[in-house]
Ligand binder design. Structure first.
Ligand code: P6P
Length: 342
């Protein structure tokens, strides 16, 4: 039987024609990233049968306890992407320093940042986790790139995507020409185009936030959430629904599928630790902001468009508000009103 479905490989070859200067190099790099996600999907799907759940007994640069699968997934990404000659270097949530391409491999013109297993606190309780990645062009020293070479605005991204290891494994990718979703056909090991040109509804009545932090939030965030909770008796005049999966990839995917607002805002707890937010700019906020904007949504810190931020460090954190455009703009307006009153 001729399978007339579009595979991810076929789609990428057609897509690369939209990317200035892209050659087979780009498609081959994305195929290596997809292969890494297939390997991680297989490990995640086997769960305890692989004997790799639980704590690794180490901490990452974020000061977070690493799961065994955090470390293994990171290794999978490095080994799958280091050899082909497409990359000048890589940077990961799980590693403090930039990962140089080993000298016995050729170097390429792209930089890859990634969070190999986002939401991994869910892995031991069998709740969806994901992988997030972002591709930049190497513009400076492409022989021995440093962290400085990665510090490019989100608007410079060539490609961003995520894999969601849920009831089905999906990949969602943008190269700046819209957002497309692919579902892994486990029978043939291929991702098939199942969600062409994904778009986020501008309006929504669903928000996602970790409400246990409410007492630490800034006033505009409290105002927004309290208005949602007040429902039809309150100033919004309608009831809202709330979700919190503690896996950014799953939250963003839900928003791409049916709309919504997701926020991990700045709070007093982070201020006390000298942090600007919980989520990391280079391999969480920027790739997700690129995807969300390409799907017609918006992504802000509450005070700045995320994609416009000039990064100051590789593991920089930022407040994140993203999703349905009308709600992101409303919450940003509450921040502006609050700041004017200061
Ligand atoms: P909390 C996962 O660790 C993550 O980086 C995001 O995927 C997720 O949205 C958030 O942190 C969850 O944070 O504080 O609710 O556990």
């Amino acid at each position: 039987m001729h399978d007339n479905r579009t595979t991810l490989t076929q789609f990428l070859i057609e897509e690369q024609r939209h990317i200035a200067g892209a050659t087979g190099d780009f498609t081959s790099l994305l195929n290596d990233i997809v292969t890494a996600c297939k390997v991680i999907s297989s490990m995640v799907n086997h769960g305890e049968l692989m004997g790799v759940l639980g704590q690794a007994g180490s901490e990452n640069v974020q000061g977070e306890d690493q799961k065994k699968l955090d470390v293994i997934s990171n290794e999978v990404f490095l080994k799958t992407n280091e050899w082909a000659g497409h990359l000048a270097a890589m940077a990961s949530e799980e590693m403090e320093a930039v990962y140089p391409i080993p000298s016995h491999y050729p170097k390429g013109k792209y930089l890859l940042t990634f969070d190999p297993l986002d939401g991994s606190s869910n892995i031991d309780v069998n709740v969806s986790v994901g992988t997030i990645f972002s591709i930049l062009r190497c513009k400076g020293n492409c022989v021995n790139p440093t962290a400085e070479d990665f510090l490019q605005r989100g608007t410079e991204q060539v490609c961003a995507g995520y894999a969601l290891y849920g009831p089905s494994t999906m990949m969602v990718i943008t190269t700046g020409n819209g957002v497309n979703g692919f579902t892994l056909d486990q029978n043939i090991g291929e991702f098939i185009l199942t969600h062409p040109r994904m778009t986020i509804p501008a309006a929504t009545r669903e928000f996602a936030v970790n409400a246990s932090n409410m007492r630490f939030w800034e006033p505009p965030v409290r105002r927004y959430v309290e208005e949602c909770l007040a429902g039809r008796e309150g100033p919004r005049g309608e009831d809202f629904n709330m979700r919190w999966i503690a896996s950014m990839v799953a939250e963003v995917h839900r928003i791409l599928t049916r709309g919504g607002l997701f926020t991990y805002p700045y709070d007093a707890k982070m201020q006390a630790r000298g942090l600007e937010g919980k989520l990391r700019l280079m391999y969480e906020a920027n790739p997700m902001a690129f995807i969300v904007e390409q799907a017609g949504g918006a992504a802000s810190t509450g005070r700045h468009r995320i994609l416009d931020i000039q990064p100051s460090s590789l593991h920089q954190r930022v407040p994140v508000i993203l999703g349905s455009k009308e709600e992101v703009e409303r919450l940003a307006a509450y921040h502006a009103e609050h700041d004017r009153g200061q």
